[in-house]
Design a protein around this ligand. Sequence first.
Ligand SMILES: Cc1ncc(COP(=O)(O)O)c(C=O)c1O
Length: 431
Amino acid sequence: MSLNRRLFLQQLGTTIGAAALGNILFPSHASGKEFFNPDPVSPPINASDEDFWAWVQESYTVSPNIINLNNGGVSPQPKVVQDMFEKYNRLCNEAPSYYMWNILNQGREALRADLALFAGCSPEEIAIDRNTTEALDTIIYGFPFKPGDEVVLTKQDYPNVINALKLKEKRDGIVLKWVNLELPMENEDDIANAYISQFNEKTKLVNITHIINWIGQITPVKKIAKAAHERDIDVMVDGAHTFALLDFRIPDLDCDYFGTSLHKWMCAPFGSGLLYVKKDKISKIWALYPDANPLGDKITKFEALGTRSFASEMAIGGSLDFHLAIGSKRKETRLRFLKDYWANKVKNLPGIHIRTSFKPEYACAIGLVSVDGKKPGEVVQYLFDEYKIHTTGIEWENISGVRVTPNVYTNLRDLDKLVLALGKLSENMKK
Ligand SMILES: Cc1ncc(COP(=O)(O)O)c(C=O)c1O
């Protein structure tokens, strides 16, 4: 057995063991900060060691009959996380208010501490919520805007964020300053300058999508944030696609607010997310679902969400353990390898165009491909009907194509099938 595979199994064994023992009061994530190393594996980066990745693939329960290449939408959970969720959920059903509030709730601060350690910030800056939408809406609706205040955003940001800001424009008279990016872009200064050119003395907030979901473009957040802060502008980051995909810590970005969905790259239960608010900004933001002190300086003021799934929240700890068993850098490298694997094989086929950068600074797992003479929806339908490959069609602003997103459980045979399918489309074009 290779050293890497043995390491992975050892680490995974710890996670599975904790779940199987099922000590509810001391779940695996409550092991305590002093025992918790945020990135325990310093792996040789074995992005193409299929022997190793086969074991990761085996940890999932994905359908063998459908090739899911839309992990950009939402990710499946490894079996160990599903088990943890089901165990907690069953327990809650024995006596909900007792097991939810009295028992499972004891894991909340330990989970917060573990997430904070992984995110590289203080637990006092992490609120556990349900998704990116909720996290960023908390900032958008809670920010103390006055009429005429300006917000910089792009046409390529996520619709939920755009719509919340448009609501604020209609209802409260803020002004939206739009950037239109021609993606893909491979020059940091060009991307940063597109935002910076919209800044002025009225600008109060900039929204930066860390990975733009439509094509997988990575943006130079830190550069834009530096320019924003020099002008006293707050920085909100949409990190739906970067947390647990790219190997970084939130403070590296120099942002004030960061929202993410843990059901994406962390592979946590559906409906789990987090909001980071820099310590000195907490009291500035009105809580969306307020506790008794909506302008207080405690991060927990953002968690008065009412009753929700404690099973989902507490099983986040299992997905964090699983993620760490692989290791952040190794996962990022593997996902970039998978995206380049299929994209390189089709990029020179007649009529097929890759719309995502091949440079590691500008793209990772997500790739967009377009086919001459075919609408994205037609290609999506063909891939599913003929090959049972599930992807998603993108037609948004100046972007058109089919988005392909593998995950750690994706094997090369599945990607070869995608390559074959796109090859057939290309051949048929010549006829
Ligand atoms: C860039 C971006 N932001 C926000 C979201 C919203 O995520 P959620 O539906 O988990 O709130 C998505 C979802 O795909 C996204 O791609």
